[in-house]
Design a protein around this ligand. Structure first.
Ligand code: PGA
Length: 242
């Protein structure tokens, strides 16, 4: 694991966007694994700026998102499809048909998980972007998740629903289940980039980087992947021992 610590969030996301821009220019057909949540929003903003100023093109890029809530109707403003379109895809020259997000609104969710796995089998992800939950979840793989699973339907941990209620009117509206790439699917990416900002992630980051590999800390399995980079601001890194 390589760990990069920045004085400010601004420095972090400028540097990271720069690296993404170079990777896309080097491989215009790159397969990008993308993440939602508030952490990567500044990365998407920097990439939009880069697209406009430096003409970085996404014409041949394919994207694969980690997860989606189950039960929100198509087009719901808090669905991850709507989020990705609004925050990123609608502002770059990507073909929306090349943007993939598991659907949480189809009837046959088991079939949808199967479809998504087949898609990932055909398209190995070059760079998988990850945020991290305060309980160290990655995607929606909550503590206790198996390390070898493919796309699965999961119950959301109460801690995750508490963290995400800010996007909904009240707790009753926060979905209780989701469809997510499993940890096994995530680990198949050639390279993994995990980003965490703010004090609230410090403990999860310490456990991920310095603790034992355990299913109690889903992100700790990243220690076993050969190409992982972790990007932190001061707050998220504050409990690290070195
Ligand atoms: P956040 O979510 O970026 O909104 O903190 C991260 C996650 O739950 O993976």
């Amino acid at each position: 694991m390589k760990v990069f610590i920045y004085d400010t969030k601004e420095d972090l996301f400028k540097d990271l966007a720069n690296k993404y821009s170079k990777a896309i220019k080097n491989n215009p057909k790159i397969n990008l694994g993308l993440a939602t949540g508030s952490t990567p929003v500044p990365l998407y903003e920097e990439l939009i700026k880069d697209h406009k100023e430096n003409k970085t093109s996404y014409k041949d890029v394919k994207t694969f998102n980690l997860d989606e809530y189950i039960g929100l109707p198509e087009g719901h403003e808090q669905s991850y499809r709507t989020f990705m379109n609004n925050i990123f895809f609608n502002h770059i020259d990507i073909n929306l048909e090349n943007t993939n997000i598991p659907s949480g609104s189809v009837k046959d969710l088991a079939m949808e998980a199967f479809r998504y796995d087949k898609l990932l089998e055909k398209n190995q992800i070059d760079i998988q972007l990850l945020g991290i939950g305060t309980n160290a979840h990655i995607g929606f793989n909550e503590p206790g998740s198996k390390f070898d699973s493919n796309t699965i339907i999961v119950e959301l941990a109460q801690e995750t629903r508490d963290a995400n209620v800010r996007f909904f009117d009240n707790m009753d509206e926060v979905p209780t289940t989701a469809i997510t790439m499993g940890i096994g699917s995530i680990l198949k990416a050639k390279k993994i980039i995990l980003v965490a900002t703010g004090d609230s992630k410090a403990e999860a980051i310490k456990n991920t980087i310095e603790g034992p590999i355990t299913t109690d800390v889903p992100a700790s399995i990243l220690q076993a992947h050969e190409n992982v980079e972790i990007y932190l601001d001061k707050g998220a890194s504050k409990l690290l021992s070195k």
